[in-house]
Ligand binder design. Structure first.
Ligand code: DI6
Ligand code: FE
Length: 401
């Protein structure tokens, strides 16, 4: 069926800028955009259906390209303890932190994980999200990483959202490998990753490169294995210190390097040359009360593409709104509303290896878009969360939440 969508303005985000089309028309067919442009230039099409969008602003469906949306339990109890004066070290000594989420995730059944993650993902979808990345990384053994990745796949079946799953087995050291990080990396490379890849559960491979997680040399072993398996890589890098993980990621043509508060200009140059997207995560920056800002000027000067994501996770970014992240990207990192919107559309798509088919509204791309009742595109970064009136279209079909 061919549908004509009209009475709207479009911020198409082609090439990562607003690329505004006033009084636009969009023709969709078989889930794709067949034609988009000014209504006055619309060619003759035999359309089966015409939809009046009531003067809305149409943007690409939003893309959250970095989440840990699947996990057992949550850490609001630790959040409260910390604000009552209990130190992070004391909480960790009581078995808190990532270790407590690993325990809760291992203890939960696949259906329980699906039910809890589903609520969080539904919250993200209410913001106009149509594509979402979900990482494993709280299972830390074959059976439990598989369980998490299966839940990620099932979320894409039960909810109207396209899900990309990322294996983050190299997120933290599981208790059974305490003091033996190199052995755990060996286990990931020799057994865990090949098995999960063979089961078709892995779209990309990620790791956490940090003093309190894995070294660049250990991360590189994981990258080499990913390359052997034909899987693209990403990296949590430069979140708390500078280990030049982002340069390492660029050497492996990573889709993205994420966090990046402590990255250097040399890292930015390497990322630009490799086309590795910088994924900034203002929710974690805010929640950790970080003060070191990512080097926005260097990223811009060297032409690194900048994406924004929620980092939805129980420890450092319990963020259920991608639009709130747009505002934080602007207020905390001084991004412009246009850069922020590009960061959750075109550049987020590129960070997932989907830039050819998603992230902007152009003929031939997937017809995922949101028609917002707003005054101008900057409204998306201006309001602090809340629900904006909108209609969401996925693969050319209107969905309701
Ligand atoms: N960086 C983070 O901020 C989270 N993971 C990571 O690699 C923390 C995850 C957690 O605390 O549960
Ligand atoms: Fe993360």
């Amino acid at each position: 069926m061919r549908t004509l969508w009209q009475h709207c303005h479009v911020a198409s985000m082609a090439q990562g800028s607003y690329a505004i089309i006033e009084d636009a028309a969009i023709v969709t067919r078989a889930g794709l955009i067949e034609w988009i442009g000014p209504r006055g230039e619309l060619p003759e099409f035999a359309v089966q259906r015409t939809v009046d969008l009531d003067g809305a602003w149409v943007t690409p469906g939003l893309i959250d390209c970095h989440t840990h949306a699947v996990f057992g339990g949550n850490r609001s109890g630790e959040f409260e303890q910390r604000l009552q004066g209990v130190s992070y070290a004391e909480i960790a000594a009581q078995g808190g932190g990532i270790a407590s989420t690993v325990r809760a995730t291992r203890a939960a059944s696949e259906d329980e994980l699906l039910a809890s993650a589903r609520q969080r993902v539904e919250a993200l979808l209410r913001d106009g999200v149509t594509t979402l990345e979900i990482k494993s990384g709280y299972g830390l053994d074959l059976a439990n990483e598989r369980k998490m990745l299966r839940v990620a796949r099932r979320l894409g079946e039960v909810l109207p959202v396209t899900v990309r799953s990322t294996c983050l087995a190299a997120h933290a050291l599981p208790p059974e490998y305490a003091g033996r990080a190199d052995d755990y990396i060996g286990h990931i490379c020799d057994a865990l990753l090949p098995a999960l890849a063979a089961e078709g559960l892995v779209d990309a491979v990620d790791a956490f490169c940090e003093h309190l997680a894995f070294s660049p040399a250990q991360v590189e072993r994981v990258f080499i294995k990913a390359q052997e398996l034909g899987l693209p890589v990403k990296l949590h890098a430069e979140q708390l210190s500078s280990l030049h993980g982002s340069s390492l990621a660029a050497r492996y043509q990573a889709l993205s390097a994420d966090h990046l508060e402590f990255m250097t200009e040399e890292d930015a140059i390497a990322m630009a040359a490799a086309g590795t997207v910088a994924v900034l995560l203002p929710g974690a920056f805010y929640f950790l009360r970080e003060t070191q800002l990512p080097p926005m000027d260097a990223l811009r000067r060297h032409g690194v593409k900048i994406a924004l994501a929620s980092d939805l996770n129980p420890g450092t970014s319990p963020g259920l709104s991608l639009r709130l992240m747009l505002n934080m990207g602007c207020t905390l990192f001084r991004m412009t509303p246009e850069e922020a919107l590009a960061g959750v559309t075109q550049h987020a798509a590129t960070a997932l290896g989907m830039g050819h088919s998603h992230g902007s509204l152009e003929a031939g791309k997937v017809a995922d878009f949101v028609a917002w009742q707003i005054a101008r595109p900057a409204d998306l970064a201006y309001w602090l969360g809340g629900d904006l009136p909108k209609r969401v279209v996925r693969s050319g079909r209107e969905i309701s939440h």
